[in-house]
Design a protein around this ligand. Structure first.
Ligand code: DC
Length: 224
């Protein structure tokens, strides 16, 4: 099976890119951030202390996460059978996802879910540690990034479109903190794999990012 890893910080356009590539290539698309977000939502809704590894670990025993895909390729994520796809996109869940993702027990819990998908079909997986931890042997690794302002502008537009009451300054502060925490944590930090190809799309449209990534993928897969 072919594995394409797309890692990078929040707001770099990983999900948009991975989704359009999967439509073009016919691969299964997996947004792994949604898995961490689902766990975070469960912890928030059940008032689990996000600083307490023991309580988080105990709560994981009560969580079952599954994914499926709508006809247009949109990924849906379920926690104990309930579709939480829309609920996991709030700013509160974003920050909580970053916090829970730093616990090794949470990362271990999601490891097999991610690896098992790639046993059944070709995948394009986006996240933070796909090229470094989940699939160190991925056929193609892309690290997508953009300047803080560009990423915050994209995230702000997304949240406003969804009706969330936020200011640009708050989005910029949150995104900067989340990326600092994600990239400096002890386990599976969000860093580029040594063999990843970097794309800085600060000044790119989504179409330009797509064209660049497709060129990279086609050249890598042809070489194999
Ligand atoms: O990609 P996202 O913004 O939906 O991810 C939410 C959080 O989940 C992010 O701040 C860090 C964490 N995450 C992770 O640690 N590893 C992944 N593969 C994906 C996300």
């Amino acid at each position: 099976m072919i594995k394409i890893a797309i890692d990078g910080p929040s707001g770099s356009g990983k999900s948009t890119l991975a989704k359009s590539l999967s439509a073009k290539l016919g691969f299964t698309y997996v947004d792994t951030g949604a898995l961490y977000r689902s766990i975070a939502l469960y912890m928030l809704e059940n008032k689990i202390d996000l600083t307490d590894a023991g309580k988080i670990s105990a709560a994981l025993a009560d969580i079952s996460i599954s994914l499926d895909y709508a006809a247009d390729g949109t990924q849906h994520v379920y926690v104990n059978g309930t579709d939480v796809t829309a609920k996991i996109r709030s700013s509160e869940v974003s920050m909580a996802a970053s916090r829970v993702s730093a616990f090794p027990v949470v990362r271990d819990f999601l490891l097999d879910t991610q690896r098992n998908i790639a046993k059944k079909s070709n995948v394009i997986m986006d996240g933070r540690d796909i090229g470094t931890v989940i699939f160190p042997d991925a056929d193609v690794k892309i690290f997508l990034t953009a300047g803080n302002n560009s990423r915050a502008e994209r995230r702000y537009a997304e949240l406003i479109a969804k009706g969330e009451n936020v200011t640009f300054e708050k989005v910029l502060t949150d995104i900067t903190k989340r990326d600092h925490d994600d990239s400096s944590r002890a386990v599976a930090p969000a860093v580029a794999a040594p063999d990843a190809i970097l794309i800085d799309n600060s000044d790119f449209t989504p179409e330009m990012t797509f064209a660049k990534a497709l060129e990279i993928i086609e050249s890598k897969i042809r070489l194999k």
